[in-house]
Design a protein around this ligand. Sequence first.
Ligand SMILES: Cc1cc2nc3c(=O)[nH]c(=O)nc-3n(C[C@H](O)[C@H](O)[C@H](O)COP(=O)(O)O)c2cc1C
Length: 454
Amino acid sequence: MQKTLTIGMFQSGGVRGSWKIPGRESEPNFTDLDYWITLARKCEAAGVDFLFFADSYGYPTMDGAVIPGAITHNVNFTNIDPQVILSALAAHTEKLGLVTTVSTQVEQPAVVARQYRTLDHLSKGRVGWNIVTGSAQAGSALLFGEPLMAHDDRYRKADDHVELSLKFWEGCWEPDALQRSSITQTWADPNKVHEIHHRGPFFASDGILPTPPGPQVTPTLFQAGASAPGRALAAKYAEAVFLAAESKALAEQIADIRGLAEENGRGRDAVKCLIAGTFRVADSYDAAAAQHRAQIEAISLDQAATHYAYYTGIDLMSLDLDRPIPESAAAGDNGRTNIERFLGPDAPTVRQILEEFRANGVMGKPFLGSPEEIVDQAQAMIEATDADGFLVQPEPDGNHDQFFARVLPEMRRRGLIKDELAGNTLREHFFGVGCTQLPDTHPGAAFRAHNVLV
Ligand SMILES: Cc1cc2nc3c(=O)[nH]c(=O)nc-3n(C[C@H](O)[C@H](O)[C@H](O)COP(=O)(O)O)c2cc1C
């Protein structure tokens, strides 16, 4: 049976490329709220499931200091806070899911829990949290004045963070705790509002989240980071996961996540597996390929190396260009996904990795061609990998106009996407009308106030 695809649109709170174009240097965009409102309204009009803002406090560093080229060329450097953008977008959209990243590394669970709960209210149940241990952790550690934590410890910390966040969301307020009664003069019933008790390896609490539940109670949970502990975290908690790789690796990662989710008692389809897809549409394959080539030529190998260092902390330019990266590099404490994908028996040389990063960054090869050709390729990718949909990368100007105008209609014509979103909350868009809250098979359900004796 043909799958109905989930479609999300990728953005970040970072600079668009227009400053490089003569005459458009001072064009306001990433700091201009109208820019984001226009973009969100287009996403809503197109009927996609959600708009996602990637985020990180980290930036490219080497040997404990920023890489100057990252500042010169703005390689993963300047950004603003997407959570703040989302609260404004909630006011200008009605159905669109609104998702952003918060790393479990630098922010406290109570802070994160209150922020997302606030956004859940303001958006009427449309918010999602992308849980990451974070790219560019070396830069982030410098910013926060902390030592770089070991990679797998960061994932243990993430697990502890999510567990406590779930206790806050599911455990503090019983569904009928809030009474707002002028007759009894009771705001909320103290017997139905609970302190939660948590003693984890990284976080502790004996407190109450003071913000009552929004429509989803727990925001829809996403995860990104495809190292082995990353996949385990996704299979335990996430309801959607972002993945980027070539088709064979994607198929393996997706099979692994589905198998682990099943072992966790959540079912193979509990996690929507979404591929970071780049769609370059033109009148023909050749025209799309020429556009893609022009983009590649605008990026220097040095910039590609800085982009790679952002994710991995590895300086490709210092390595032998004609050999693969050494296996020992994978033992480092930066992000692993973009090291592990270039290891193994068919490992490319450092020069090939640089070319790959120049051409495609972390996102894998683009779909190129006419709308029909592109959707053929996308469909083949879904079949080869068993994915559930795409997280669509922006076009070179930062927008998604071509995708909306040319690719989505072709997907719709083939019945690959829904004509109308299910329900009004983000979780319902994914799992159907009525599925507003976490299912009973999710570990968060065990922390529900009425399940727990406190
Ligand atoms: C489509 C996609 C979106 C991502 N978004 C973010 C993000 O917003 N912030 C972030 O720190 N990492 C993001 N990541 C994950 C990082 O690339 C990185 O893999 C992770 O944070 C470190 O985990 P790892 O060691 O498992 O690779 C994203 C990954 C993908 C594929």
